[in-house]
Design a protein around this ligand. Structure first.
Ligand SMILES: Cc1ncc(COP(=O)(O)O)c(C=O)c1O
Length: 382
């Protein structure tokens, strides 16, 4: 065992922040709307079991996962929680999904029949949810076929359709297209209601839609990024941003391992993509793309050292990277560097790092690798 003080690159997860974020979402949607907290991909890199345990105590109603492995991890922490598998249920998975009581997402009658047969074999009624493709083009039944699918599913005796949902493709960027998706979803809801076969749970809103789109007929929301304290970046500006009380739960940190002076003309790191234009002080840091710090940050990103922003110099390598500390005279080996998070008055957010790297905060968070220990602080830290 290595004491945490000797970690080279680690993530600190503030559980009190997570709890507060869920409380803010609850406040925003009101007491009668159910919350599906999306905990795919190791709870967006925060550590699935610990986050699931916290969310169970903090008022989540349902968990959203990508696959059965994630569902089993949640079951190992607490029994009986409804779990929606947001990914399609593979033919190889149907028996397991029914056995584990995970709600699969249904896009076709073929999928529905396979689950019905699995439930019949196990003498169970399987809860499932139907997804409608209103413009994402990934999963879901076509709008024109949705009513027919739900109607046919009511005849399958071992299935119970507990929900109907859709997914916005660009709620953070495109108001007009989001409204069109909403209109298409509403048309399906109206038709099912008229035929008295509307499932009880109706949802569409991911984090961006929760901020930008009205809830309409929905009685469930489905946020991921907001739970972790991050407002999805995009072209749409929410006019009540000042009312958003969210705090990023994750900070990514590492240490200085060496500080040296380099003369003008020195090439730094693989490929020599940075050549010192003058005499500089450079610090070597103990994090790299093997930890999930993106190589795309090379020569672009900044990190925090002694509360100051320091630019990344040259290519990020697997375990190490270099930063400019010319302005910081007292930096030395062992000092803490912040790659995501606050230090002093400065803060580098996951969206800011993502923008430097030409990617999105979801990829930054879920890209943190197994070798980054997660240290939990705040309420109910283990
Ligand atoms: C179907 C579905 N719903 C909800 C979410 C949560 O999205 P966000 O993190 O933007 O809130 C995701 C995330 O990828 C998703 O795939």
């Amino acid at each position: 065992m290595i004491p945490s003080g000797a970690y080279r690159c680690w993530a600190e997860i503030d559980l009190a922040a997570l709890r507060g974020n869920l409380a803010w979402i609850r406040h925003r949607v009101g007491p009668h709307i159910k919350i599906i907290t999306v905990v795919k991909a190791d709870a967006y890199g925060h550590g699935l079991k610990q986050i699931a345990a916290l969310l169970m105590q903090s008022g989540t109603d349902i968990f959203g996962v990508a696959n059965l492995v994630e569902a089993q991890a949640i079951r190992s922490v607490g029994r009986g929680w409804p779990i929606l598998m947001l990914g399609a249920c593979l033919p190889q998975e149907v028996d397991l999904a029914v056995r584990d009581g995970v709600m699969p997402t249904i896009s076709s009658l073929t999928e529905a029949r396979a689950l019905d047969a699995a439930a019949a074999r196990q003498k169970k009624i399987a809860d499932v949810q139907v997804k409608v493709d209103t413009g994402m083009g990934r999963l879901g039944v076509a709008v024109a076929d949705a009513v027919d699918l739900v109607k046919r599913m009511t005849a399958l005796r071992h299935l119970s359709v507990t929900g109907l949902y859709t997914h916005f493709a660009s709620a953070e960027d495109d108001r007009a297209f989001s409204r069109e998706q909403r209109r298409r979803f509403d048309s399906v809801i109206e038709a099912l209601r008229a035929q008295k076969i509307l499932p009880p749970l109706i949802h569409a809103q991911n984090s961006a839609a929760l901020l930008h789109e009205p809830g309409g007929a929905c009685n469930v929301v489905r946020p991921g990024l907001l739970v972790y304290g991050i407002v999805p970046p995009g072209r749409r500006r929410w006019n009540k941003l000042a009312d958003v009380h969210l705090h990023p739960a994750l900070a990514l940190k590492c240490r200085v391992s060496l500080v040296k002076e380099i003369p003008r003309g020195t090439r730094l790191s693989y490929g020599g993509t940075f050549v010192a234009p003058k005499k500089m002080r450079v610090a070597t840091l103990t994090a790299g793309y093997g930890d999930g710090y993106p190589r795309a940050a090379s020569n672009r990103a900044e990190v925090l050292l002694h509360g100051q922003r320091c630019r990344v110099l040259g290519r990020v390598t697997m375990d190490q990277m270099l930063v400019d500390v010319s302005r910081l005279k007292r930096v030395r080996a062992g000092d803490e560097a912040v790659l995501i998070g606050q230090q002093g008055r400065e803060e580098i957010t996951a969206p800011e790092l993502a923008a430097w790297c030409g990617t999105v905060p979801w990829e930054i968070l879920t890209g943190l690798t197994y070798r980054v220990p997660r240290i939990y602080r705040g309420a109910h830290a283990a």
